[in-house]
Design a protein around this ligand. Structure first.
Ligand code: HEM
Length: 421
């Protein structure tokens, strides 16, 4: 069934014919992919809490409403009562490994169980552990640039933004370097989880990757239990709270989630950051003249082209947002990218300003599910963009990528070809 829906999302004639059914929110059209900001602006100005009948969801585009949905306890990530999820559960009972990957991850559970899991992971995934990765990441980025320095050309996504986050997560978990390619290919397959409607091949590639990754981790976990190292996997095994530890399924699911949540997102942030610099030469020069602005520049990259455009929640009770009545059990979509360009929150929101100080951007979400890897993502971007600007100050390239990712959730360029001198 998923395969059929995926096929339908590739039929432009069908999508155009269905235009009236999609109404003001038609995120599957190429027009939206090329410039999602136009859709978000239109909705925010004309109908900021919009009922999309075809998606069966309310689409929130104003900063205050998005923040409310992410923070309010009346909105949960537990989607087990949503019809699409019930359909999936029936299917997943036949494959417990695949079901564990989907249902046992932090982004799908809520309440006490989420607090328990998150606090155990947070004990292991500390800011100190992330900061300790800095020298390794710096030398990895140098190595990646060394490989292309001779040719005077680079394709940023393929040569830097795509490999770097996989290497970073493998380093963090203590995965041997010879297995990185394996992780890269699982991650590519699992990334379809971020937007299954626009993937390819139905459920099969997802199941294959789930089994591949779980089969890889099982013996590795047993080994780390016997011989703990100085890595996140060993730290997660050791983490304990009130006598409780993470179960094997928790550990397998969490390790896979780190890969899924941390790869595509960071890769797209780096790719979009380079596009933003190419489109705004004066801001690029300002950054090159004062690299001390890199910290605020990264928040501006995140605000300007948020790598995760939207997330969703399910209403626990009837409630009201922006004068609209949301019924118990209905889905609410929080459009992070629209919130990040809301003029009520950000003065002159379409102006790219690397020195913007009042920048409470929502690209990493908010509330109980705030991104666990935000610090790692920022560190990788700081090192990658910093090295590009220092090593190749005269790089040049087109201000539009050949294509943007085919996804309504993920935002990032497919490729960013650059001349380095
Ligand atoms: C630019 C890069 C990244 C962006 C834009 C991003 C964005 C997000 C967002 C928006 C959420 C919240 C989703 C929701 O509320 O429904 C989230 C959660 C999460 N992220 Fe990230 N992320 C990034 C990088 C990373 C990295 C590098 C890791 C780990 C290696 C990571 C791990 C996670 C995890 C585990 C969660 C779930 C937290 C929870 O539910 O308690 N992310 N991320």
């Amino acid at each position: 069934m998923l395969g059929t829906i995926q096929w339908m999302t590739r039929q432009q004639w069908l999508l155009r014919a269905l235009g009236p059914v999609f109404g003001d929110f038609h995120p599957l059209l190429p027009r939206h992919r090329d410039d999602p900001h136009a859709t978000w602006r239109r909705l925010r100005e004309s109908n900021p809490v919009y009922r999309s009948k075809i998606f069966g969801a309310w689409i929130c585009t104003r900063y205050d409403d998005v923040l409310h949905v992410l923070r309010d306890k009346n909105f949960t990530t537990d989607r087990s009562e949503v019809p699409a999820m019930r359909l999936f559960q029936r299917y997943a009972r036949r494959d417990p490994t695949f079901a564990a990957l989907i249902e046992r991850n932090l982004l799908m559970i809520d309440g006490a169980e989420h607090r328990r899991l998150r606090s155990l992971v947070s004990k292991a995934f500390t800011p100190r552990r992330v900061e300790e990765l800095r020298p390794q990441l710096e030398s990895i980025v140098d190595e990646l640039f060394d490989r292309v320095a001779e040719t005077d050309e680079i394709e940023i996504v393929r040569d830097l933004a795509h490999p770097l986050p996989v290497i970073a997560i493998c380093e963090l978990l203590g995965i041997p370097s010879e297995d990185r390619d394996l992780f890269g290919s699982w991650s590519k397959q699992l990334s379809q989880l971020l937007d299954p409607l626009q993937g390819r091949g139905g459920v099969a590639p997802l199941r294959r990757a789930a089994h591949g990754i779980f089969d890889y981790f099982r013996p590795l976990l047993a080994d780390r239990r016997e011989h703990p190292g100085d890595d996140l996997l060993s730290a997660m095994l050791a983490a304990e709270e009130n006598g409780e530890r993470l179960t094997e399924y928790d550990l397998l699911s969490l390790s896979s989630l780190l890969l899924v949540a941390g790869h595509e997102t960071t890769s797209n942030l780096i790719g979009s950051a380079v596009i933003s610099l190419l489109r705004h030469p004066a801001e690029r020069k300002r950054l090159q003249d004062d690299m001390g602005l890199l910290g605020t520049a990264i928040d501006e990259f995140l605000r300007f082209e948020s790598p995760i455009q939207l997330t969703d929640r399910c209403a626990i009770e009837d409630c009201e947002i922006g004068g609209k009545t949301i019924l118990k059990g209905q889905m609410v979509v929080a459009v992070l990218q629209a919130a990040n360009r809301d003029p009520e929150q950000f003065p002159d929101p379409d102006h790219f300003d690397i020195g913007r100080t009042e920048n409470q951007q929502l690209a990493f979400g908010q509330g109980n599910h705030f991104c666990l890897g935000s610090q790692l993502a920022k560190l990788e971007t700081e090192i990658a963009i910093g090295a590009l600007l220092r090593r190749f100050p005269d790089f040049s390239g087109a201000t539009d990528p050949p294509a943007w990712r085919r996804s309504m959730i993920i935002r990032g360029p497919e490729a960013v070809p650059l001349r380095l001198i």
